[in-house]
Design a protein around this ligand. Structure first.
Ligand SMILES: [Fe+2]
Length: 356
């Protein structure tokens, strides 16, 4: 008997209701997809929209189906299960506060074999950052390191930026001032996904680093102040950067949620954000909420403090983990960091490929 859907009665897919076209476009095998890239060899929009399932069976962990257009094929039950249950190879995020131990990896070991690289990348995705020790403390080393993971994102600053105290800076990062917890470049489209900061020298008094799990702060607000959480997740703020040859602007919520209401992105940079002219009540609430978020992001409850020493790299998820530094005195010693950005797609993609 033909049907446009099947209901699985047993096994891991028990209770799943599977539509005929949904199944038809998931058929595996050389007849349906290119074996090299697994892309479909046909246009699924041209399939019969009234396609039916004539018969099916499950054997050896494969679902075999005969369709009304005469096509027969198989689909891996494991792959169906993973897709239906949104099971991803990228580890689930683990929310942390300052008491969690620092995620430190040795540059001499992480590229020794794929297991070590997997371990480092999995920690990165779980915690939103890793610290790498024992890289060469020389200029451009941050690019050598980054390119082993994914292509470097070139911006109007070039492939990398130098964090040194200099006269007439075009960004506060290039002063000796304290930098409170912030995310980088929320004014870009898209916002850079991953930042790497490499320490070539840190001989000044001051200039200690800090990281904060922005998702942990967002979770705290969700649990403890519904009014603030509501306005921070619903107000689009304009972030703006002005330089001699460009003016960059991008709008986002300070706490951006995904379709499931889970944390997607934190944008927090108090020197660059411009809230729209809302009514008095809303603005009042927004300013109180932003102040609260600022205080949480800079509190000892959430901040991990450490010193980025010569040869260390801090690699962090710029859409989740905020970073900052204490002020330093450039007259007491030289401080030079180099930074660059890479994207999540190449890094996630590398991890998925390593795990396959
Ligand atoms: Fe920064």
């Amino acid at each position: 008997m033909s049907s446009q859907e099947i209901i699985i009665k047993e096994g891991v897919l028990k209770g799943a209701i599977l539509h005929s076209l949904w199944l038809r476009e998931r058929l595996s095998g050389d007849e349906f997809v290119d074996p090299n890239n697994l892309q479909r060899l046909y246009e699924p929009s041209l399939l019969d929209e009234n396609l039916l399932i004539d018969s099916f069976s499950i054997k050896d962990n494969f679902l075999s189906i005969k369709f009304s257009d005469g096509v027969e094929g198989n689909i891996s039950v494991d792959e169906l299960y993973q897709e239906i249950n949104s099971i991803d190879a990228i580890p689930k995020k683990k929310i942390w506060e300052k008491n969690d131990s620092l995620q430190i990896f040795d540059n001499n070991k992480i590229f020794e074999n794929s297991e070590s690289l997997i371990q480092m990348l999995e920690s990165f995705y779980k915690y939103g950052y890793v610290i790498i020790e024992n890289t060469q403390a020389v200029e451009n080393e941050v690019l050598n390191f980054a390119e082993k993971i994914g292509p470097v994102r070139t911006t109007n600053w070039g492939k990398l930026f130098n964090v040194v105290s200099k006269p007439n800076p075009n960004d506060l990062a290039y002063t000796a001032l304290e930098l409170k917890s912030h995310s980088d470049n929320p004014y870009r489209k898209p916002v850079p996904g991953i930042q790497l900061l490499h320490c070539i020298a840190n001989e000044s008094i001051g200039g200690d680093s800090s990281l904060v799990d922005g998702f942990s702060v967002a979770e705290f607000l969700r649990n403890n102040n519904k009014e603030f959480y509501q306005i921070l997740t619903n107000t689009s703020v304009n972030f703006k950067f002005t330089d001699v040859d460009v003016i960059l602007e991008n709008k986002s919520k300070l706490i951006e949620l995904d379709d499931d209401g889970e944390f997607k992105q934190i944008s927090f940079s108090g020197r660059l954000d411009y809230v729209p002219l809302l009514n008095q009540e809303k603005l009042k609430t927004f300013y109180r909420a932003r102040k609260c978020m600022y205080e949480l992001c800079n509190s000892d409850q959430f901040k991990i403090k450490f010193r980025l020493s010569k040869g260390m790299i801090a690699m962090f998820d710029n859409l989740r983990t905020l970073h900052g530094r204490t002020k330093f005195d450039p007259n007491t010693g030289f401080r030079h960091l180099q930074g660059c950005y890479i994207d999540h797609d190449s890094t996630e993609g590398k991890l998925r490929r390593l795990l396959k």
